[in-house]
Design a protein around this ligand. Structure first.
Ligand code: FMN
Length: 131
């Protein structure tokens, strides 16, 4: 199965998590600035990363347009979600999971901070579901 991690980051936390996931899965992690929706759609499993931004929203200038374009042609490809958050309770991820429900392979991985703040149990479950 061809897999890719594609992410947006403001301060680097989601990027750290993206690189960790990609390292463990043996696939690439690309910033949305460094790839195209068409290239991402060459994969069978697309692992999207975006932190909580706005008021419990996806980042709307770069990530959301990219993600919307991929999802417009997603068909029956598989999707997984992750991202970093700060002061909230993960609401952005619950909303995001609901949006992609029929393509989602496992619950979204949420991290309050960067790679060093990952919950090991939750992380392993996430990775196992993508293998
Ligand atoms: C403009 C802005 C809006 C944010 N909105 C939320 C939010 O609604 N809920 C939340 O939990 N954290 C929010 N945060 C905190 C970020 O999600 C958090 O700092 C995260 O670690 C950033 O990830 P990054 O380093 O990948 O950019 C916001 C941060 C910024 C800068």
């Amino acid at each position: 199965m061809k897999r890719i991690v594609v992410y947006w980051t403001g301060t680097g936390n989601t990027e750290e998590i993206a690189n960790k996931i990609a390292g463990d899965l043996g696939c690439d992690a690309l910033n949305v600035n460094a790839t195209t929706p068409d290239d991402v759609l060459e994969n069978d499993l697309i692992i999207f990363g975006c932190p909580a931004m706005g008021a419990e929203e996806l980042e709307d200038a770069e990530f959301k347009p990219f993600y919307d374009e991929v999802m417009a042609s997603i068909g029956d490809k598989k999707v997984a979600l992750f991202g970093s958050y700060g002061w909230g309770d993960g609401e952005w991820m619950r909303n995001w999971e609901a949006e992609v429900a029929s393509n989602l392979v496992t619950s979204g991985l949420i991290v309050n901070g960067g790679a060093s703040d990952i919950d090991d149990g939750a992380y392993q479950e996430f990775i196992d579901a993508l293998n």
